[in-house]
Design a protein around this ligand. Structure first.
Ligand SMILES: CSC[C@H]1O[C@H](OP(=O)(O)O)[C@H](O)[C@@H]1O
Length: 365
């Protein structure tokens, strides 16, 4: 994506070999590009959400393995790195998927050959993510085109939750990719951006990227979506996912389930955009089987922003000592999902729909 006319990925390798990321904790107020130079830094960057978003977490972990292989390519180092990075965040399946991809390549190799192979596979994982997300955009564009046609070319209003955009991936985004393709296709489109408490990925990241790309949008509080749907102001909901099960249950940022319920109640199509590494073929019942990350209550009792004098700071919004729960994700049952927008096409959120789209993957346990 472009920032002030310059193209960026959210993670990349410099010509001299250093891995760099955009530290998303400071967006939209400050664009901080930082190097990740050792395994510990990669682990902190994922756990503390310097980088976040299922596909980007996977791509970052892949590079974390490569950097560690350059430092110590031994079997013990490889095994330890898998465990350290896999434990950083429990919900997004892309993290384990990427680590498994790295292990597939590296375990059979002699230690001397591991670093080069690791960087090659990590780079391929990033490139594959970009292409999958571009394809998701083209496939999702058909949905938006159809709505635009049915509205006689009038504005298509899309609601999205959290940030499943460019900063959640290596590039393009998943939920935002169809939106960008619609803009390029000349379709009149507007986005309602859920702020997405408690970390405000919508307010801080989705608003920022849509603004950078010149996409019409309104920031809304999380609780406004149902009202807008009731009043016919939302034509389509598109969200991302951190893990989708073999039968189409969708785990995503907390609050997604409530949007899906409101969409169902108001007859609004509810689509989920996902690259296939986000499908966990080993689980069926998302509510019962997907581990939901519980983050610090401080994310609920405090909020970060920019002060009038330009400082980025965190302020307390509840009484000192107020206890808080902070489940970071929820699961939307497949029956609330209109369809899944994948890199191969759009399929029903069903066991059969996913198996037909991915016959080479389905059935893995
Ligand atoms: C394209 S996956 C994006 C997905 O990841 C976000 O979670 P987090 O910001 O905590 O990493 C959110 O669930 C997005 O939908």
């Amino acid at each position: 994506m472009k920032i002030d006319g310059t193209h960026y990925r959210s993670i990349w390798r410099e010509p001299l070999g250093e891995i760099r990321i955009i530290d998303q904790r400071w967006l939209p107020h400050d664009l901080r590009i930082v190097p990740l130079t050792n395994r510990a830094e990669f682990a902190v960057a994922i756990r503390d959400m310097w980088v976040r978003g299922a596909p980007l977490i996977g791509a970052t972990a892949a590079y974390g393995v490569a950097v560690q292989m350059a430092a110590d390519p031994s079997d013990a180092s490889l095994a330890e790195t898998y465990d350290i990075l896999n434990e950083t965040r429990p919900t997004a399946i892309n993290l384990r998927w990427a680590l498994d991809e790295m292990m597939k390549v590296l375990k059979p190799l002699s230690p001397a050959d591991r670093a080069a192979a690791a960087f090659a596979r990590a780079a391929a994982i990033s490139d594959e993510d970009v292409e999958m997300n571009r394809q998701i955009g083209l496939n999702g564009l058909e949905i938006i085109r159809d709505i635009s046609r049915r509205k006689g070319g009038k504005r298509v209003n899309v609601l999205t939750h959290c940030n499943a955009g460019w900063p959640a991936t290596v590039d393009w985004g998943t939920a935002t990719s169809p939106i960008y393709h619609a803009v390029e296709d000349g379709i009149d489109i507007h986005v309602f951006v859920d702020e997405t408490r408690p970390r405000n990925q919508g307010a801080q990241l989705t608003s920022w990227e849509l603004n950078s790309h010149g996409v019409s949008h309104d920031l809304i509080v999380d609780n406004a979506g149902g009202h807008l749907m009731q009043h016919g102001e939302v034509d389509l909901v598109i969200v991302g996912t951190d893990r989708t099960t073999a039968r189409g249950d969708v785990c995503n940022k907390i609050g997604t389930y409530l949007k899906a319920l409101a969409a169902k109640a108001n007859g609004v199509p509810f689509y989920v955009a996902l690259p296939s590494p986000t499908i966990d073929w080993t689980v069926v019942d998302g509510v019962k089987e997907i581990p939901i990350e519980e983050r610090s209550g401080v994310e609920v009792t405090h909020v970060q922003g920019r002060s009038e004098d330009g400082r980025i700071l965190s302020v307390q919004i509840s009484p000192t000592g107020t206890p808080a729960r902070n489940p970071a994700f929820d699961v939307t049952p497949a029956e609330l999902v209109t369809g899944l927008i994948t890199e191969r096409g759009i399929c029903p959120a069903t066991t059969e729909g996913l198996a037909a789209m991915f016959p080479d993957r389905a059935g893995r346990r």
